[in-house]
Design a protein around this ligand. Structure first.
Ligand code: MLT
Length: 348
C-alpha cells in the first residue's frame, strides 16, 4: 500500500510538471516585453536589431551622438520595441567614408556622417561645401525646411543611401599653432588639413594655403607631429575632439558651413513597410532640426570652452576672402548642376 501511494504521488508530480511545460506553448498567454502596453504595435516576436554608427565621441553635447541617442530612444519607443537600435559611436565601424560605404553595402543600417564626404558619392552634395554659401543660421534653417533640401536628400538614393536630414553645426574656422593667422595673408603657404572634398581643396588653394586633404582619423596625429600646420573645423568639433591639446589658435575664418547628415542604408530601408519608412524619416527630420537649433545656441559655449582650454581666438576680415574664392564658384559651375546653389541663393 505504501508502495502504491508513493508511485501515485510520483506519477502525479510528473503529470503536473508536464502540464506546466505544455502550458508554456500553444495557445497559452505569452509574457511580453512591454507588459501593459497592449497595442497594434505589440512586438510579435524578437525585435529587429539595427546598427547606427558615427565617428564622433560619445559626448552628451556632440551633435552626432545626440542624434544617435535621441533616435534610438524615439524609434524604440514609437515602435513599442519592434526595433532595437544598437549604437556604434567613436568610429568603431569606421570614419565618414567607410560608414558611407557601409550604408551602400548594408553592413551599417543607419549612420550619422559629415555631409562633405557624401559629395564624393553624390556630386550634388558638393553644393553645400561652397565657401560663404550661407549668410547666417537663419538662412541655413530656411534651406533645411525647403523643398530643395528634400530634393537634394533624394539624390543619394541612386548611391544606395537614404538621407533623412541635415544637422547644421555652424561655420568652420582654421586652427594652427605658433604665429597666429590674423588675416587671410597669414594662410599663405600654410599646410592646412581639409576634408577630402575638391571644393575644400579649391577653396584653400584660392586662399593661398597649401591644402592637404586627409581623412579625419589621421588629423590629430598629423597636428601633433607637425606634418601639417593647421586644420579647419566647426567650433564644436575643435572642442569635442580636443584639438586644443595640439593647437594654440583659432582664426574665425568661417569659410564653409559644417553639416552632418543622418542616413539609412537603402538595403535596410527596402525591408521597412511604408508606414515604418514614414516614421523613421519623420522622426529623424524632427531630431535633426531640433539639434541644429541647439548647436546654434551652444556655439558661444564651445568657443568659451576653447578659450578656457588655452586657445587664442582671432577675428578675421572675411571680405577679401569672399573675393578670393570666386574662382571656386566658376569651376563648380562648369562641373556641377547649379540647381541647389540657385535654390539656396533664393533663400537669402
Ligand atoms: C572633418 O573635419 O572630417 C569633420 O568635420 C569632423 C567632424 O565633423 O567631427
Amino acid at each position: 500500500m505504501k508502495f502504491k501511494t508513493a508511485t501515485l504521488s510520483i506519477i502525479l508530480v510528473i503529470l503536473m510538471v508536464l502540464g506546466t511545460a505544455c502550458g508554456g506553448g500553444g495557445n497559452a498567454p505569452q509574457p511580453t516585453n512591454n507588459n501593459n502596453q497592449a497595442s497594434n504595435n505589440q512586438p510579435s516576436g524578437k525585435a529587429t536589431v539595427i546598427k547606427l554608427a558615427h565617428m564622433s565621441p560619445e559626448l552628451p553635447d556632440d551633435a552626432y551622438h545626440m542624434f544617435a541617442l535621441r533616435y534610438k530612444e524615439a524609434i524604440e519607443s514609437k515602435t513599442n520595441g519592434r526595433f532595437e537600435v544598437e549604437l556604434y559611436p567613436a568610429g568603431v565601424l569606421g570614419k565618414d567614408r567607410e560608414l558611407a560605404e557601409g550604408l551602400q553595402y548594408g553592413t551599417v543600417d543607419l549612420a550619422v556622417i559629415t555631409s562633405s564626404p557624401m559629395g564624393n558619392f553624390v556630386p550634388a552634395f558638393q553644393t553645400l561645401d561652397l565657401p560663404f554659401l550661407f549668410d547666417n543660421w537663419e538662412h541655413v534653417y530656411r534651406f533645411l525646411e525647403s523643398d530643395a533640401a528634400e530634393e537634394l536628400y533624394k539624390e543619394t538614393e541612386s548611391a544606395g543611401i537614404i538621407t533623412f536630414g541635415l544637422i547644421a553645426r555652424g561655420p568652420r574656422s582654421v586652427t594652427n599653432s605658433g604665429k597666429a593667422i590674423e588675416s587671410v595673408e597669414g594662410l599663405k603657404g600654410m599646410k592646412i588639413r581639409v576634408i577630402e572634398s575638391s571644393i575644400f581643396v579649391d577653396t584653400f588653394t584660392a586662399l593661398g594655403a597649401a591644402p592637404q586633404a586627409m581623412s579625419w582619423g589621421e588629423v590629430f596625429t598629423a597636428l601633433q607631429q607637425g606634418t601639417i600646420d593647421g586644420h579647419e573645423n566647426s567650433i564644436a568639433t575643435i572642442n569635442n575632439e580636443r584639438v586644443y591639446e595640439v593647437q594654440d589658435n583659432v582664426s574665425l575664418t568661417e569659410h564653409i558651413f559644417a553639416f552632418t547628415t543622418a542616413h539609412a542604408s537603402k538595403m535596410f530601408w527596402d525591408t521597412l513597410s511604408a508606414e515604418d519608412q514614414k516614421l523613421f524619416k519623420e522622426t529623424a527630420k524632427e531630431i535633426t532640426i531640433q539639434i541644429s537649433k541647439e548647436q546654434e545656441k551652444a556655439e558661444e559655449d564651445f568657443l568659451g570652452r576653447l578659450k578656457a582650454a588655452g586657445m587664442n581666438i582671432y577675428e578675421i576680415d572675411r571680405a577679401p576672402m569672399r573675393e578670393m574664392v570666386n574662382s571656386v564658384y566658376e569651376k563648380f559651375a562648369k562641373s556641377n548642376t547649379d540647381k541647389y546653389f540657385k535654390a539656396i541663393e533664393e533663400l537669402k
